[in-house]
Ligand binder design. Sequence first.
Ligand SMILES: O=C(O)CCC(=O)C(=O)O
Length: 291
Amino acid sequence: MGVYFNNIDQHSLQKEQIRFWDDNGYFVSDVLFNEKTIKLAGRHMARVFNQEYETNVPPNKIDWRPGDSETKMKKLDNAWWSNYVIRNLVLSPAIGAIAAQLSRSKTIRLFQDQLLHKPGIGPISPRSGSVGWHQDWNYWKCTKPDHALTARISLDGENQENGCMRVVPGSHIWPLQSTKMFFHSDTDIEKLPEFQVPDGERINVALLELQPGQVSFHHSRTIHGSGENRTNFARRTIIAHLLPGQTYYQSGTGDHPWATAVLANQKETGLQDGDKWEGNRFPIIYPYQDK
Ligand SMILES: O=C(O)CCC(=O)C(=O)O
């Protein structure tokens, strides 16, 4: 559909950027998507939440439906099943090229996508719409090894006031934490849980402030979360969870409400314990394939 800027050669990362990722477990790209693309994506995101499906296939793990409270965070998974604009965005070659370099993989697949719409609750409403501190891999133990990564495309720009994502730099190489608070929407993000911090390390928090069209990447073990949106405007993010080529399905991990979409795909694809995650339910986004 040609709605996004996708000259793959222009997404070569510098050595220092890859080293930054290795050390910190996150990376923020330049602006990858122009205003026209971002506006179009925003309109299509609204259509999916309003249950208008271009393909007639619904997404899944729908956590907000028309009629639900407008102050609740809107969230659903696998909108790429339902809408072509979202599909083009989450299968973007630019995202694939960056993810391949960060994870040093020859292949990148889409694991699942997620639409996140944090409503602006204004300065005085009770806390709501936070994403509590967590590590994605705590919900994704069905993927082995633990090297999946996530690309988050910002539609509105993100900052402290509208509940940008926060990460604990370097935590992707710490022990796996017991903290699993993704669904704690009333979390006070300023309060850090008791993390298990290795000797010689200390906890820092970095705010991932983004311009519209910028993309942040994080490792599946990086500790992260986000606060409520205290503005009067939505903070919308389109998220692509990504699998490096050499990722295997591990059964019996007891995953997890979040994996419903992933496991629906897995069932349909017929993956068995120890199989590589592959098949067209997990489409290849790098190397770029002209579809
Ligand atoms: O965008 C956010 O606030 C959180 C997103 C998140 O937890 C994720 O993409 O893994």
